[in-house]
Ligand binder design. Sequence first.
Ligand code: PSU
Ligand code: MN
Length: 305
Amino acid sequence: MDIAPEPQAALADGGAVVALESTIITHGMPWPQNYETAQTVEAEIRAAGAVPATIAVIGGRLQIGLTADRLETLAQARDVAKLSRADMAACMATGGTGATTVASTMIAARLAGIGVFATGGIGGVHRGAETSFDISADLRELAQTPVTVVAAGAKAILDLPKTLEVLETLGVPVMAYGQDEFPAFWSRSSGLPAPLRMDSAADVARAQAMRRALGLPGGQLVANPVPVADEIPAAEIGPIIAAALDEAAAQGIAGKAVTPFLLARIFELTEGRSLTTNIALVRHNARLAAEIALELAALGPMLAK
Ligand code: PSU
Ligand code: MN
């Protein structure tokens, strides 16, 4: 594992660090917006007084923090592997390069001693999971790896009620931030009440510390609704998601390809509007994650990890 100088110094000093994933760059957004967004998100975190650490596997080494050059190379690369919990070790053992998902970024963050991670939306239970069994490894990771993940809910392409049920079964705290409803990625509203609600970064940090004190493994999901000005209301995005899902089914898209296919198709069907919203919500999540990182740092090194 290589920790870049900036996060290395911050971690040694008990400072605030926010982990960032790289699958959102390689599989979640098109070039060049993916690179611009990755840089803007890092800038948001710095402006809030914390240090960003974008995570990826490059040439067999786990990188905690990427230089602008490496970030750009990754953003432009085609056919980069999407590494989840199952793929990470094999990729590293064979000297490979790949982008980390929510699950593998959490694993890397924990190894580096980073307690909080910002992304767009986590993976979850796909619609039709009762026959496909497609349930993201992100859910089980939240149950076992002690990192607080800030996301705009689970991606609305998923079956949100089933995703919440599985998170409950796994004992993962799901906290809507500043509202009672569980947000739905591009939309603020899902029609589903969130299991928990938090209204301050300090409470989120204390809850993570309290889990540790209680000897509970795992992290927490902070579901931060997209800002009002940037949302696509559920009534508008709903039919577009349905059309993209029909196409995925007709083309037999399965496994790891499902999420990237749907995101790319929804981008086309909304003529780019879904991407504008996605960028806005990731930036918003990065700002909240930075606040949480500062609160975790204030709780002291024993509790921050
Ligand atoms: N959120 C986004 N865009 C993405 C993803 C999340 O806004 O591309 C990625 C994350 O890396 C997440 C992954 O972990 O999609 C989930 O993939 P799957 O459903 O195959 O587990
Ligand atoms: Mn899957």
